[in-house]
Design a protein. Structure first.
Length: 84
């Protein structure tokens, strides 16, 4: 049996107004609340992982910065059809 198919009950407290909004949304869109919440958690965790990966890349690049002149930067932008 794979753990990915195993489900557990997650008890949490949320503001009543948020629960009402969630209920209305799920009802009007034909979505089960448990599905919506599961997908929202997955989406948020992926977003956090991407942010952490981006931060690691920036930190790595900051250790060995490569600077270009304003003239080179303007040339770079012009090649891409962008102008300041």
């Amino acid at each position: 049996m794979q753990n990915s198919h195993k489900q557990i009950l997650l008890g949490t407290r949320i503001p009543y107004s948020l629960k009402v909004m969630l209920s209305k949304y799920c009802l009007s869109h034909g979505i089960k609340m448990s599905y919506f919440i599961t997908e929202a958690i997955k989406e948020k965790l992926l977003e956090i992982a991407e942010d952490e990966q981006d931060t690691a890349i920036v930190e790595k690049r900051m250790k060995n910065p490569k600077y270009i002149s304003q003239k080179e930067f303007n040339k770079y932008l012009a090649k891409r059809g962008l102008k300041l």
